[in-house]
Design a protein around this ligand. Structure first.
Ligand SMILES: CC(C)(COP(=O)(O)OP(=O)(O)OC[C@H]1O[C@@H](n2cnc3c(N)ncnc32)[C@H](O)[C@@H]1OP(=O)(O)O)[C@@H](O)C(=O)NCCC(=O)NCCS
Length: 182
């Protein structure tokens, strides 16, 4: 599917919020109550939240924009704040890692290679900025995302509890080593 991969702009906030609200439930385990999912979306994936991600110094957002209708069909959200995870610090000898907080594709483009291209594009951008490692957390039952991340070079280094509006879920913590830019 022809898409442009690019950094997101402030004008993308509403398109990003719509895609994020539509896709976040797909990453949640089946026991997660819809009320907790909706509260998480309101708090973390609203238009206002994306305005903060798009303008804040520690966040980076990249998108896949479909050529024919300019819709945003996939996005990544990276947090470059200092790493707080002991698991990640231990696995990187204290260096820390960029945090791939969100990697979401719309249902219609899953399995088409768009997510793979955007993930590669995001990892390349981070490597070009001098990042050595990227980490993420994925629910243990999210078989599709776990298979995807394994293929993208993310290895399991531990686990964590991820809290969605007061409801705990068990994630695998994964880490990828980035290639040094040429
Ligand atoms: C995770 C995501 C970005 C991956 O993009 P994608 O286009 O679906 O990825 P692909 O189809 O290229 O690859 C997924 C892998 O899972 C496999 N897979 C597909 N459906 C599956 C299923 N129901 N169960 C298990 N594995 C599955 C695919 O075969 C592929 O593995 P392979 O390359 O070894 O064959 C996308 O599925 C998505 O947005 N999911 C919903 C949100 C989400 O879970 N995001 C991650 C949050 S941490």
């Amino acid at each position: 599917m022809p898409c442009t991969l690019r950094p997101a702009h402030e004008s993308d906030a509403s398109g990003l919020a719509a895609l994020a609200a539509a896709t976040f439930p797909d990453a949640c385990p089946s026991f997660m109550p819809r009320s907790a999912i909706d509260a998480f979306i309101d708090e973390n994936l609203s238009v206002d939240a994306f305005r903060i991600y798009l303008t804040g110094p520690t966040w980076q957002v990249r998108v896949a924009e479909r050529h024919d209708d300019h819709a945003i069909v996939a996005y990544t959200l990276v947090d470059l704040s200092p790493t707080a995870s002991d698991t990640v610090l231990a696995a990187t000898s204290g260096q820390g890692a960029a945090y791939l907080s969100k990697m979401y594709a719309s249902r219609e483009v899953r399995g088409t290679g768009v997510a793979k291209a955007l993930c590669r594009d995001t990892l390349t951008a981070l490597a070009d900025q001098g990042q050595r490692f990227v980490w993420l957390g994925t629910h243990k039952d999210n078989a599709r995302a776990n298979a995807f991340y394994a293929r993208m070079g993310f290895e399991v280094i531990g686990e964590r509890r991820f809290v969605v509006s007061g409801v705990e879920a068990e994630d695998w913590v994964r880490l990828a080593r980035l290639h040094t830019p040429r």
